[in-house]
Design a protein. Structure first.
Length: 504
């Protein structure tokens, strides 16, 4: 496939105005699926289940099986709609969305079409530097997920070139809420940044509500990014493309930037944009054509005959509204003020997706700066090396307990890093690792003096140098003692004892 021509990003923005739109799919972490009693693989405890073991007749589309609405999924959907500032429909209806795909056993998806459960909302999105952009929400509707295809053979993992495909119906029927924005104007040069910030805001909202694991790498939260551009001064919208199932904030940002540059190059050369879905390729940072984008009429929507309308009571809606957590943007401003972080330090925590972990570590007793240090440095380093999320390695409570051992002098920072490795390896709590490995700082002056005497015997001129005013000479003895005691000596105390020897 020939590589697409790209226009310089700044040049593209001189000639064309970008218009964005996003469809974010959120898998709900209910115990069971949307329309069956099968266990929900989007729930953390069911993650990684053997293929085709979390299924029921409804999920497989077997004849005679009838769907039953998951009440918890409805409650979660209402809570999400309220958190998005939406109106909740007094009555909403499910519909059949008809299309053939091998991982959709019924050959239709139960979704919502013209009667969604939530509509007309808005979300405040905070960009770097504190700028706030209000993103208009058109609707948030309930539906079920499809299964998952694994393409075997070939070099890309895609159906093109594959020898055969395997179908896993575990995901079929997982409860989803699809959040659809209205067209977003005025993003201009910050369009890619806004794309990532919007997805991050949705992730923060659903995590705060406790309704989804929101792990993008697992597909708990997926974004379809719609991009169109139009010549400056033109009122008519351009033809949009929809980049499907982008699974990280960074990739959403890159995909939007790429599509702006690709479409600008096509239009500037006199070409036209095809309305289509596109696939994002993480390795090359490019998109490729998927299928022509279907309009609503192509899906032949009609009301689902096996399900009654969903009609939540006013009392239920208001009780869920009263239980909403603090909005993410308000929470971030509060935490930044409480912790006293500089803008760059706080934004780094937000961008790394570690705000919850740092907050929980502070709540467990660690100082904010120490909590930030552990999560942003050592834990993130190990997570990156192992290709996992930092939060999967260690709990905030363990990090706080580890820092307490540093604060009370039991551990040095170097020893604490060794203890952290033990905790991550499953050797127990920080204190248990310290005890098992014998890693506590040696605080017995007798043991320290013995090590100092041995070091001084090997460097007899050090005391004279110190007495002559060359205090820095003590460093050689301190280094020797630390090495002899495998880093478990208190360097500050060793220095005090060496200077006492020189003075005596």
């Amino acid at each position: 496939m020939a590589k697409a021509a790209l226009m310089d990003f700044d040049k593209a923005l001189e000639l064309y105005e970008p218009v964005l739109g996003f469809e974010v799919h959120v898998e709900l972490n209910t115990e069971t699926k949307m329309f069956s009693a099968a266990a929900n693989p989007a729930n953390e405890k069911n993650h990684g289940a053997t293929p085709n073991t979390l299924v029921a007749p409804v999920d497989m589309g077997l004849p005679g099986s009838l769907p039953v609405v998951n009440e918890t999924a409805v409650r979660y959907s209402i809570s999400l709609g309220l958190a998005l500032g939406c109106q909740i429909a007094p009555s909403s209806r499910f519909a059949r969305k008809n299309y053939f795909y091998p991982d959709l056993g019924k050959n239709y998806q139960i979704s919502q079409y013209d009667e969604p459960i939530a509509f007309e909302g808005q979300v405040e999105v905070e960009l770097e530097g504190g700028d706030i952009v209000t993103v208009p929400i058109e609707r948030a509707h309930m539906e079920e997920d499809a299964g998952k295809l694994t393409h075997v053979g070939g070099s890309t993992g895609r159906i093109q070139g594959a020898e055969y495909s395997l179908v896993d119906y575990n995901r079929a029927g997982v409860p989803l809420v699809e959040i659809v924005t209205k067209p977003i104007f005025g993003a201009e040069h910050r369009a890619p940044e806004l794309a990532a910030a919007y997805v991050r805001a949705i992730r923060d909202i659903v995590i705060g509500l406790g309704i989804s694991e929101a792990r993008m790498e697992r597909g708990n939260l997926r974004c379809d990014a719609n991009v169109s551009i139009r010549p400056r001064g033109q009122e008519k919208l351009g033809t949009r493309t929809e980049t499907k199932n982008v699974n990280s904030m960074r990739s959403v940002e890159r995909a939007v930037r790429y599509e702006i540059q690709r479409q600008a190059a096509i239009l500037a050369a006199g070409g036209t944009i095809t309305q289509e879905t596109r696939h994002w390729h993480e390795d090359t940072g490019t998109t490729s054509p998927g299928r022509p984008k279907s309009d609503a009429d192509d899906y032949r929507y009609f009301p689902e005959p096996d399900l009654l309308p969903v009609a939540p009571s006013v009392e239920l809606i208001e009780s869920l509204r009263a239980a909403l957590p603090e909005p993410p943007a308000v929470r971030r401003r509060r935490l930044k003020a409480d912790w006293g972080f500089a803008d760059i330090d706080f934004q780094g925590v937000v961008n790394a997706g570690l705000l919850n972990e740092v907050e929980a570590t502070v709540a467990a007793g660690a100082a904010p700066a120490a909590a930030r240090k552990w999560w942003m440095s050592e834990i993130s380093r190990i997570a990156n090396a192992e290709g996992v999320e930092p939060s999967s390695l260690v709990s905030p409570a363990s990090v706080a307990a580890l820092q307490q051992l540093v604060d009370d002098g039991t551990l040095t920072d170097k020893l604490a890093r060794q203890v952290l490795e033990g905790v991550i390896a499953g050797e127990g709590t920080p204190q248990e690792v310290v005890d098992a490995r014998g890693l506590a700082v040696v605080s017995d002056d007798g043991a320290l003096i013995a090590a100092i005497d041995e070091a001084l015997a090997a460097q007899p001129d050090v005391l004279e140098k110190i007495r002559d005013g060359k205090v820095q000479a003590a460093g050689a003895v301190i280094g020797a003692v630390m090495k002899a005691m495998k880093g478990q000596a208190d360097a500050a105390r060793v220095r005090e004892l060496v200077l006492e020897r020189a003075a005596g």
